[in-house]
Design a protein around this ligand. Sequence first.
Ligand SMILES: NC(=O)c1ccc[n+]([C@@H]2O[C@H](COP(=O)([O-])OP(=O)(O)OC[C@H]3O[C@@H](n4cnc5c(N)ncnc54)[C@H](O)[C@@H]3O)[C@@H](O)[C@H]2O)c1
Ligand SMILES: O=c1ccn([C@@H]2O[C@H](COP(=O)(O)OP(=O)(O)O[C@H]3O[C@H](CO)[C@@H](O)[C@H](O)[C@H]3O)[C@@H](O)[C@H]2O)c(=O)[nH]1
Length: 453
Amino acid sequence: MNIVCIGAGYVGSVTAAAFAVLGHTVTVIDLDPRKIEAIRAGTSPIYEPGLQELLHECAGTTLFASHDYDAVGRASVVFICVGTPSKADLTADLSYVKEAARTIGRHLNPDHYTVIVNKSTVPVGTADLVSSLIEETSGLTSGKDFDVVSNPEFLREGYAVEDVFYPDRIIIGTDSSRAKTVMRSLYGPVLNREGYEMLRGAVPAPGTRPPAVWFESGTKSAELIKYASNAFLAVKISYINEMARLCETLGADVTDVAKGMGLDSRIGHKFLEVSSGWSGSCFPKDTAELLATSRKYGCEQSITAAAVEANDRMLLYCVSKVQSRLKSLPGKTVGLLGLTFKPNTDDARQTQAQVMARQLESLGARVKVHDPQGMEMFRRLNPDLAVEYCESPEQVLAGADAAVLLTHWDCYLAMDWESARPAMKVPYLLDTRNVLDSRKMLQWGYVYEGLGK
Ligand SMILES: NC(=O)c1ccc[n+]([C@@H]2O[C@H](COP(=O)([O-])OP(=O)(O)OC[C@H]3O[C@@H](n4cnc5c(N)ncnc54)[C@H](O)[C@@H]3O)[C@@H](O)[C@H]2O)c1
Ligand SMILES: O=c1ccn([C@@H]2O[C@H](COP(=O)(O)OP(=O)(O)O[C@H]3O[C@H](CO)[C@@H](O)[C@H](O)[C@H]3O)[C@@H](O)[C@H]2O)c(=O)[nH]1
């Protein structure tokens, strides 16, 4: 099939590479010339494990990149994978989706049927909006010349390649049987887990993951499934983080509590890992949009609202731990390890580190930071922060009065903490992920604190 992906970001570049490796002819379109150049050269425009290998395999043979929309006229399927960040009023900014829809309309081929698939996370009703914008600029008729399908994406950054080939479910929101047939044929190899042979071991062996579930619904339900899923996961994390604070007060251990809870198959172990809170380019904006829309329709999602509040409180609680340990922050140096919202990504949009660095600076502390992949984006997104960017975690610890481990990158787990300790002015370490060996850290002279213990 001839496929187009509009947007070469975290979703678009992985989606495009995956379908290209499965043998389709794919053109990825972006406005950013650096991303186009990178894909053409077979190099990854983002840091995502496994993506580089996929791009290397298909760039220039089945995968092409362009800044113009000409390939839309040849495509049977056009994916929309552009960003939907929050606007000032916290609703989703649909300007990129609308612009993409209008431009697709100007390039659609009237001589053949096209399916336009929205993968961006968008408010309920956006598929209908996209459909009417395409009708406006193409002069074609929805349901006859083209259909718009809602196909929300559930990939996780850091595991995006694995998730695209081995999704839990594929949600297809459309009433058009013609569009459903096209989508089923496109996703056939993914449903049948056929990607493995072609990927030469880049993803888990067949049989190690349960089969994907194909689920059809109306467009509105499909759009809401995405927000409902993200909000539910955010609730789960906020729940365990709040429980962690209770554990500290009562003398229980949240790791044991989470393990014990997770043994109930109705609850499960996933998303019960303690942290300073959830963050990143999805949960904050998606919970905000869900709340804004639900309020607009007089149907506030109070559980999601509580999860957001608890999440904000959790981060302030971590700041207060540092503050109470150091007594006063002016003149003190605090090191932050981890600027991305999770390991194995360079994505530094809306992270815990961003909020914590701001809080600490406003309280008078000097802040030093390190991240193995996220420093460039963090610096670009936070030009007003006066933080010192360090080349190594050891450099962050040197001379610091306190350090906070925010993101559990492997390099922080593997570093020589024993040798790094003497360089700290005060060896206080707050491990917000509970990933370091507390016994060893204490033995090496750290004033070590986890969360919920
Ligand atoms: N990042 C994730 O893990 C993830 C997972 C699932 C769903 N989503 C959703 O998918 C969407 C995309 O997310 P992302 O993280 O990939 O975004 P991103 O910001 O990384 O990438 C979006 C890309 O679209 C390009 N773009 C914008 N307008 C364009 C236009 N008119 N024509 C061509 N290109 C255009 C931008 O230049 C950018 O490269 C969002 O709605 C997001 O919520 C993201
Ligand atoms: O037990 C946990 C699990 C996660 N987190 C944090 O929660 C945030 C989100 O983590 P994760 O969900 O793994 O990252 P994303 O890549 O943002 O993926 C989420 O957001 C995507 C964009 O919508 C969806 O596609 C995915 O299904 C959904 O998991 C990060 O800050 C994590 O550190 C925790 O604190 N504890």
